[in-house]
Design a protein around this ligand. Structure first.
Ligand SMILES: Nc1ncnc2c1ncn2[C@@H]1O[C@H](COP(=O)(O)OP(=O)(O)OP(=O)(O)O)[C@@H](O)[C@H]1O
Length: 241
């Protein structure tokens, strides 16, 4: 397991947000975190990244403790975080955004940049366009692309499909299928169609606790679980909630 969370508890402003988050992430797959609004999915990613440091519990990358380290150190260890807000530099071009994300300018980094442009042809077409002029979906691609050129071992991606047109969600799914072969991905995603198109394993979070963990293809059969924790009723495979 490349990443493991054991009984993680996290408080924000005196409130206990995460009660007991425990799950393991196998290398080279997409692990999807599912759960209702407010369940604690974003806080889980922020806890891994050190942005919402856990009060108790363990977070292990390759068996070594991450908890207690500051975010920039966790980032340097190869954990990338793509938050929901599609943060890119508006005044810089797509190409500048990507190059700025490189930690080193070597052959390996150039190869990763080439990979990003293969994965996201939309970005390749718009290399000289300003970040601010991109659509929401393209900004999301650029934010993921920036994390990919950094040579991360684990990529934490928070609800990339939110607010995107179906065509962009399809493109994102295609890209994530290519990315997972190179980088382990932990994906928060309420769009079950996208989750099941790319995911290998799932973790369900409810009320700050992990309630289930397993193989995503099996989850589709478990209508009761889908209904109870994700609000998806029988036959419906669209957006949860
Ligand atoms: N800064 C904060 N202060 C107080 N409560 C917070 C803060 N941030 C998050 N929370 C609360 O923590 C809980 C979990 O939030 P979190 O964003 O992790 O949920 P989520 O599963 O990602 O939901 P969503 O899908 O709505 O983003 C929510 O009830 C939220 O209101």
């Amino acid at each position: 397991m490349i990443l493991e969370l054991r009984q993680v508890k996290t408080n924000i402003n005196q409130f206990r947000i995460l009660e007991d988050i425990t799950f393991a992430v196998p290398e080279g797959q997409v692990t999807v975190i599912l759960g209702r609004n407010g369940a604690g999915k974003t806080t889980t990613l922020r806890s891994i990244m050190g942005l919402a440091p856990p009060a108790r519990g363990q977070i292990l990358l390759d068996g070594k403790a991450l908890e207690g380290l500051p975010p920039h150190v966790i980032a340097r260890k190869g954990v990338g975080f793509v938050p929901e807000d599609q943060a890119v530099f508006s005044a810089l071009t797509v190409g500048e955004n990507l190059r700025l994300a490189m930690r080193r300018r070597d052959k390996a980094a150039e190869a990763r940049l080439a990979f990003v442009l293969d994965v996201f042809p939309d970005l390749k077409e718009k290399l000289t366009r300003k970040g601010g002029g991109l659509s929401g979906g393209q900004k999301q691609m650029l934010a993921i692309g920036r994390a990919l050129v950094q040579d991360n071992r684990v990529l934490l991606v928070d609800e990339p499909s939110k607010g995107l047109a179906p065509i962009m969600v399809e493109k994102l799914a295609e890209a994530l299928r290519l990315i997972r072969a190179q980088t382990t991905v932990v994906l928060v995603e309420q769009n079950f169609a996208l989750a099941s198109a790319v995911g290998g394993r799932y973790v369900i979070i409810d009320d700050g606790r992990t309630v289930r963990e397993g193989v995503l293809s099996e989850l589709e059969q478990d209508r009761e679980l889908l209904r109870r924790y994700l609000g998806i009723s029988t036959g419906q495979r669209g957006r949860a909630g």
